[in-house]
Design a protein. Structure first.
Length: 526
């Protein structure tokens, strides 16, 4: 058992217990409290998960994600319905379950006090709170990485059948949940190989990691049935909606953990910056810090053994993933780094053990918790999509048979979800001229390149005829599209048979993560 943080005593201990309890309660409440409608990724996830089970793999082949979360959500919706609260509550429940798992991870990693610090940090973390309120797989990824750490640590110390089976199952579950888990599994495998070499070279070493390495390999083999789909997705889907990363994304991944995920990416909040500074400081203390007294912490550049493995996994996974993204021209988003979020937070929690001063340790933790909760609370009112405002106009003014078009198609799924009786309208998306429930990411850049706004506009006008209006939901500035959506809006305005256009909704990029415009085109009176 690792050495414990010097315990708190007296009033400071009482205040710390009350504070941690309050943070946990608030964090649990925040995991079920957001007012925003479902944005693109969430609505698209729900639309795929609601399909019959046998259709989900093919739908995912055109989407680019692995299947585990979609199957879980499918059965969850069978039980609890498809309301916003229902579909998001799966992630909320997973987020709550992760808290006791985090305590066990922290306890194994640095003792009971580190366990409680980790729980408090996780309960208040903006990244964890946000993805507990989103119908996506990232909360599940965080839970599985915690389970994976516990399974692996036990398998190394006691390589019995149960512990080894747990490693294999969790590794496979991670691979079937998010593809960045491939990088995590690879780096963990490298770390195990390094420890096997070390164990062979050091006499008297008790831990023999090779059974755990075999179990990890078995978990990877369980992923083989999905490999053909994965290879197809890798070749044809990718992430065409953003530019590839550079290695500064390693830092951006950590800072991305500290703020509201749906906020304007160019407007990092003050509390987010403060939390990022605390994270980096405590990680440095965990890796290099040697406490000599309450006032003196020395730096050991050889690094501290307890943090060395976790930091290697975190940093190694990020560098490997971002290097892979550069080679394959895949985009980067901080949410992909969910595979290292809990290990990173474990290192942050361990950093508090370096501070022997109870007041300094408690004060620094309080700063982190307050900053985290402040950023997390913003999630209640943050609007991820402008779709409800667009749908409100359509619901109030559109008539059965009217044409509703989307440019780009990425605006379709969340608007479709909130339009009343969408079957009454003819709905089509640019560039593929298909229904809006699903975005087909296969060879997406090619589809956008070959999409012609004028041809699409002509087809919309022909379908609307002389009696129906066209409602265009559109937004400029999307990757690959250049000015095609603006051209579509202009082509419709000047199309034969169109009397003119009226802008009902103007995009608000400062208020919405996913803004959009709504323009109505009326037919020429006869």
């Amino acid at each position: 058992m690792p050495e414990e943080i010097p315990p708190l005593t007296g009033r400071l201990r009482t205040a710390a217990i009350a504070g941690v309890a309050l943070v946990i309660v608030v964090g649990i409440v925040l995991r079920f409290w957001t007012r925003s409608a479902l944005w693109l990724d969430e609505a698209l996830t729900v639309n795929i998960a609601r399909l019959p089970l046998h259709e989900i793999p093919n739908a995912l082949k055109h989407d680019g994600a692995p299947p585990l979360y979609y199957y879980l959500l499918h059965f969850w919706m069978k039980l609890f319905g498809q309301s916003n609260l229902a579909v998001r509550s799966l992630s909320g429940i997973i987020g709550v379950i992760t808290l006791p798992v985090a305590y066990l991870c922290g306890k194994r990693f640095g003792g009971p006090s580190v366990g409680w610090v980790l729980v408090a940090l996780l309960a208040s973390a903006p990244f964890a709170v946000f993805y507990a309120t989103e119908s996506r797989m990232y909360a599940l990824v965080i839970l599985l990485t915690g389970c994976g750490y516990l399974a692996l640590e036990r398998a190394v110390v006691a390589p019995n059948k149960g512990n080894l089976a747990a490693v294999a199952v969790v590794a496979a579950a991670l691979l079937y949940t998010q593809y960045w888990s491939l990088y995590l599994v690879a780096v963990v495998g490298i770390w195990l190989v390094a420890n096997i070499v070390r164990a062979n070279n050091v006499a008297g070493t008790r831990a023999k990691p090779w059974p755990a390495l075999i179990a990890l390999a078995v978990g990877a083999l369980l992923f083989v049935p999905w490999v053909p789909t994965f290879l197809y997705q890798s070749k044809h889907t990718g992430t065409p909606w953003a530019a590839p990363p550079n290695f500064s994304a390693v830092i951006n991944a950590v800072t991305g953990f500290t703020d509201n995920q749906a906020s304007n990416p160019n407007a990092v909040t003050e509390q987010g910056r403060l939390l990022a500074v605390v994270y980096f400081a405590l990680m440095a203390l965990a890796l290099f810090g040697v406490a000599r007294s309450e006032r003196i912490v020395e730096l050991d550049l050889h690094t501290r053994p307890r943090a060395r493995g976790a930091v290697f996994v975190v940093v190694g996974t990020l560098f490997l993933a971002i290097g892979g993204g550069i080679l394959t021209a895949s985009a980067f988003s901080s949410r992909y780094a969910a595979v290292v979020f809990l290990p990173l937070l474990m290192v942050v929690a361990l950093g508090t053990a370096t501070l022997l001063s109870p007041r300094l340790r408690t004060g620094l933790l309080a700063v982190a918790l307050v900053a985290g909760l402040a950023a997390s609370v913003q999630n209640i009112t943050t609007q991820r999509t402008q779709a409800p405002k667009v749908a409100a106009v359509i619901n109030a003014h559109a008539q059965p048979g009217d044409v509703i078009a989307f440019c780009p198609d990425q605006l379709g799924p969340d608007v479709y979800r909130v339009v009343d009786h969408p079957g009454r309208y003819y709905m089509r998306t640019f560039p593929r001229n298909i229904a809006p429930q699903i975005v087909d990411w296969v060879d997406y850049s090619t589809a956008v390149h070959h999409g012609h706004p004028g041809v699409f506009a002509t087809s919309l006008v022909a379908h609307a005829g002389p009696t129906h209006r066209i409602w265009l939901v559109w937004q400029p500035g999307y990757q690959l599209y250049q000015t095609k959506c603006e051209e579509l809006a202009i082509d419709l305005l000047h199309a034969p048979g169109i009397a003119g256009g009226h802008n009902w909704v103007v995009n608000s990029g400062t208020r919405y993560y996913e803004p959009m415009n709504l323009t109505e085109y009326a037919p020429t009176p006869r």
